[in-house]
Design a protein around this ligand. Structure first.
Ligand code: UT7
Length: 333
């Protein structure tokens, strides 16, 4: 679908949500058997108790497809009528074609324009904002955004400083014009000067796959956790404050904050810096760890499913990830 349709909607909202996680649970006790770590260290330093890990052979598009189907069903949108499909992922099935094209084919969404979006853990927030802009312009009438990761394929399972942090999963949202509520304010930012604080060096044009790249463990995620921690706190707090200011709302007007689910201590520090009451901050990272691009959407899904977010509530989603990238979406449910 490439033609412009004219007629610009005023407001874009989320009309359906979906999620999918692998059934296999990897607990902190399991990790104690794999690396020099303890359940106590992981719980107190990160808040994580367990995470989901895909079975070998399960791909990012497998999880994305499941979440996508549920979101489309919730929105009562026939896949054939879908016009835009964005998959945010750091762990695509392959370098190309895009994972979104693989999902499109399996969904039967033959009219949808598809592309992947690379913004690491900010992926779902960036994808929501990107879709919103296309819909506001009148170019497309509906969009499906999916944040999906099989990070376990790119984790160095001998590196205790990273392997305890991440998990696999997918979240999906359908966006359409709405008459009530919807997205009220957005914010996005990036800083490539800190790119090497969190990255996976191998597999691209810089270090193409070779025996040497494998021997040097270049195909695994690398992170300077302490620096990322500090920047995550500052960027997420400032971004959340910016969207509230833009929407002329105060923290007390917002019923639920959905931060990127990386570490309880990061989230608590963001809440403190942005004056957000902790009881309004939703967390499910204890069960899933950091699922990167899927994180905000999985958290939003569960918060809505469990009645934490109700009709008309104001919700702030805020994310931060490799790039560096960060962003927020303030919406009325
Ligand atoms: O979404 C963006 C992606 N990533 C993140 O958001 C993660 C951001 N960073 C973090 O969450 C935290 O920095 C960590 C949880 C990774 C680490 O917490 P920290 O308070 O920054 O601890 P640290 O890096 O200062 O490490 C403290 C100690 C070190 O030992 P020494 O050097 O003090 O002897 C580490 O070697 O903890 C050690 N350590 C561990 N010990 C037991 C690191 N990982 C582990 C582990 N088990 N799994």
């Amino acid at each position: 679908m490439t033609s412009s349709r004219g007629g610009r909607p005023q407001r874009i909202g989320i009309t359906g949500l979906g999620m999918a996680v692998p059934s296999k649970v990897l607990t902190n006790a399991d990790l104690e058997k794999m690396v020099e770590t303890t359940d106590e260290w992981i719980r107190t330093r990160t808040g994580i108790r367990e995470r989901r890990v895909a079975e070998p052979g399960t791909t990012t598009s497998d999880l994305a497809l499941k979440a996508a189907r549920e979101a489309l069903e919730q929105a009562r949108l026939d896949p054939k009528k879908l016009e835009l499909l964005i998959v945010a992922t750091t762990t695509p099935d392959m370098l190309f074609p895009s994972t979104s094209c693989l999902v499109q084919q399996r969904l039967g969404a033959s009219s949808a324009v598809c592309f992947d979006l690379s913004a690491a853990c900010s992926g779902s927030v960036f994808a929501i904002i990107t879709a919103q802009q296309y819909l506001l312009s009148g170019r497309y009438r509906n969009a499906l955004v999916v944040g999906a990761e099989v990070l376990s394929s790119f984790i160095d399972w001998t590196d205790r400083s990273t392997c305890v942090l991440f998990g696999d999963g997918a979240g999906a949202a359908v966006l359409e014009p709405v008459k009530r509520g919807g997205i009220l304010a957005t914010d996005m930012g990036a800083d490539g000067s800190a790119a090497e604080l969190l990255y996976m060096p191998g597999g691209g044009s810089k270090y193409p796959p070779s025996h040497q790249s494998v021997d040097q463990r270049l195909h695994f995620l690398r992170m300077n956790g302490t620096e990322i921690f500090k920047l995550a706190v500052r960027r997420m707090a400032d971004s959340a404050k910016r969207v509230m200011k833009d929407a002329k709302l105060k923290a007390e007007d917002v019923e639920c904050f959905i931060p990127h689910q990386a570490n309880t201590r990061i989230i608590e520090a963001v809440a403190k810096r942005a004056d957000l009451p902790l009881e309004k901050v939703y967390m499910n990272l204890q069960r899933y760890g950091n699922t990167s691009a899927a994180s905000n959407l999985i958290a939003l899904y569960e918060a809505v499913r469990d009645g934490v977010i109700k009709r008309d509530d104001h919700v702030v989603m805020v994310a931060f990830g490799a790039g560096l990238t960060w962003g927020s979406v303030l919406l009325q449910w």
